[in-house]
Ligand binder design. Sequence first.
Ligand SMILES: *[C@@H]1O[C@H](CO)[C@@H](O)[C@H](O)[C@H]1NC(C)=O
Ligand SMILES: *[C@@H]1O[C@H](CO)[C@@H](O)[C@H](O)[C@H]1NC(C)=O
Ligand SMILES: *[C@@H]1O[C@H](CO)[C@@H](O)[C@H](O)[C@H]1NC(C)=O
Ligand SMILES: *[C@@H]1O[C@H](CO)[C@@H](O)[C@H](O)[C@H]1NC(C)=O
Length: 179
Amino acid sequence: MLLLRTRHLLQLLLLLSAMATTQATATLSSSGHDDDERALVAVKAKIPSHRGVLASWNQSTSYCSWEGVTCSRRHRWRVVALDLSSSQALAGTISPAIGNLTFLRSLNLSSNGLQGEIPPSIGSLRRLQSLGLTQNLLTGGIPSNISRCTCLRVMNICSNKGLQGTIPAVIGNMPSLVF
Ligand SMILES: *[C@@H]1O[C@H](CO)[C@@H](O)[C@H](O)[C@H]1NC(C)=O
Ligand SMILES: *[C@@H]1O[C@H](CO)[C@@H](O)[C@H](O)[C@H]1NC(C)=O
Ligand SMILES: *[C@@H]1O[C@H](CO)[C@@H](O)[C@H](O)[C@H]1NC(C)=O
Ligand SMILES: *[C@@H]1O[C@H](CO)[C@@H](O)[C@H](O)[C@H]1NC(C)=O
């Protein structure tokens, strides 16, 4: 009898400690988790028309399985790629919140109907290696902040409605740019 009770107590303790560990893990990863999810939700909010392309961007699944979103294997819950290219479906603007996806290495929104300006906050994407914004309806100048993306290798922003102004001279200082 005593043995049985001790065993139950032990099982209860094990269960409690397992729960505590799970909670601690959840808390640890929560900062990146919340930030990236909030940024993606803000990105979607500026794309009112998407013909269902962003239908999976809802709370029923983790944002790492949302259409076009790839999360890091090493840094759990951090978005490393966003590819919504070639859907011809997205109409709206590019939210400045995109600059909060600070682990992003690849951003491709080519061949859609996005309007407005390229947000200067894109300069916050210090790990960005590839940027595709071709064939949209973007207007305005090329933000000089883009030169802060020192890892950027490929930048394709051609075939838009009205990108204008001068090409910022600082682009000549971008160490990784090859295209
Ligand atoms: C983006 O980051 C800034 C600075 O940390 C914060 O103030 C803002 O609320 C964030 N926006 C979103 C949509 O997460
Ligand atoms: C939410 O996303 C799931 C797929 O992740 C999809 O099956 C479901 O239809 C979506 N819900 C809405 C309301 O769009
Ligand atoms: C653009 O870069 C400057 C520094 O070069 C910085 O002060 C400013 O906050 C940046 N703007 C955005 C929107 O990130
Ligand atoms: C963006 O995606 C298209 C295919 O959808 C591809 O052809 C293009 O090379 C990509 N651009 C960048 C900069 O990755």
